[in-house]
Structure formats: C-alpha cells, structure tokens
Design a binder for this molecule. Sequence first.
Ligand code: ZN
Length: 348
Amino acid sequence: MLEVVYFTSVVLCVLGSDAPCLNDGGTCQYDHLPCPGGYVSGLCSGASNRRCCQSSGSDAPCLNTGGTCQYDHLSCPGGYVSGLCSGASNRRCCQGDDSACLDEGGTCQDDSLSCSGEYVSGLCSGASNRRCCIEDSACRARDGTCQDDSLSCPGEYLSGLCSGASNRRCCIGADSGMCSNVKVYSRATWGARDPTSVSAISTPVDLFFIHHTTGSRCYDFSTCAAKVRNTQNYHMNTKGWSDIGYSFLVGEDGAVYEGRGWNNVGAHTSGYNSQSFAAAVMGNFMTTKPNTAALNAVKNLIQCGVNLGHITSTYRLYGHRDVSTSSCPGDALYNEIKTWPDYSTAAP
Ligand SMILES: [Zn+2]
C-alpha cells in the first residue's frame, strides 16, 4: 500500500506541471509565502498548498484584445505583441487570429457592445462573446459599398442593404467607369413619397424618351429637389398615378434625381412605358435648351443604363413629341437631342 502511494507521488511529480500557472504569469510556491497578487488553486503541481501566486500585474490588456499571454517561444499564428502581459518580458500577448472577421470587413468586439450591422459568430479569437461585428453585411454580400447616396456610385444604388440613415445605401457595381460620371440623387435624398404600387419593368429596353417638365428651371439641389417633390405630388394627387411618372429627372445642377428608376415601369410616354425609360429635364425648353451640365447628365445617365444592362447598346433615342401630339420636350431641347448619335428618325 505504501509502495502504491509512493509510486503515485512520483508519477505526479514527473507528470505534474506548473505550466497553467506559469502561462498565467504566476509563480508556483507554497502559499504561506507572501504573494501580493494573491493565490489561485489548481494551477500548480504538487501539494495542495503549493499554489499559483498571481503576478501583481494584469493580463487584462492582452485578454481584452482577444489575445492570450504566453511565453513567446511558443507558436503563435497571430503574432506577439509586447507590453500587454504581466510577468516576465518574454511573456507576451499572442494575438488571436481575427483575420476571418477582418476579411469580412468586420471588427471583433464584445458582443454586448452595439453593432450597427450584425454579429457573426466563429470569426473572432478569444472568448465566445467576442464576435465579429459586420456593418452592412447585406450590402457587402453583394460586393457593394454602403455610402451616402448623394455620392457618385459607379454602378447603382440599392435600398435596404445598409445600416443607418435611409440615404445610406448600397452602391453596387464597382466596375470603374460604368457610371462614375453621373450623380444620381436617390428618392430618399430628395424626399420622395412611397409609391402606391410598383410594376417591375423587363429589361433591357430598346427605347429612351426625353421630356421636359415645363415650369421653372433649377440650378441647385434644394430647388431641384423641391421641384421633384412638387412633380411627384402633381402626378400622384392630381393625375392619380401611383408615383412620379418619369424614370429620372435632370436638373441644371448637373444631377439626376431618381424617379421610378431602372427597376419599374414608368408613366411618361403613353404606349411605350413598358418598353422604355425616360428622363425629364426640369424646366421649359421651348426657346432655350438646358445648360451643358444638364445635357451631359442626360447623356451620362443613358450610357450608365447601357453599361448596367438596363438599356440595349443599340437603343433608339426619341423626344416625347415623336410619339405624341405634345410639344414636349420643347423646341430647343428637341433640336438638341436630334443631333445626338442615337437619336432615331425611324418610328419606334
Ligand atoms: Zn413629355
């Protein structure tokens, strides 16, 4: 019996390890000795009164980064950082590998903190409540970028994929040059009312119509946005339409204001609404044509539609008056677009 006990002690002595204590920056010693940092049980080999004297320093700075304090000769895939661990100078903070989260554009943090996107598990090192806050994950999933939609977007803006304010939208289509030269103000930005109904348009379309709104011209965002809102009210309240009629409106501030946009059938050119998009330049252009900024915005908008695949590359351009008895888009603007290469004299 004695022999068995003796044998067991020897085995403990040989196999027992102080590593759990040492790895915490502590020192194994008999607990009658002074220890300013306090003793912790269960981390030392040997007798039960041989316990781990905690370093008076703290490992919290390391642990808070998701790291682990250990001696720096040990393998550490995430790399070591000095100055975050208690104990010996070669006891350093092995950084957790957060690359899976970082690669998703996220940030590893304690998930009790607010995250304007959503938390995703399994991408962060450290404690289980240290999770990856991915802002705008729905937009990122489509390779988009969330930004204020008054900024130019090389592709197009999509709603509902970004956190934050409603005019913070997902810019899709980063292929450079596709639409980088046209500024499109979203409905949220100009203050649109919701449509009472929408009907998806089948694209690409072959036809593009130019209109003018008549009435006053506008040269800055606030005046143009107010004019777009008035036009929407007129179309919905007086004409009883489901929404503003035009696909897009264009101001002499050189910007485009999203009407029904690229996704929906408009109400602009009777008989052709489901086969075309239309842009209305704001103002009356019977005697003078729009300024260069507005004309360039129209041209760039159409090219953007072609680049995005909403309009065929062999599309035909018309003025509203080509298919109606209206004087729209005004003599001066009509004469202008007739000089554009894609204007067609063939009946649509
Ligand atoms: Zn018209």
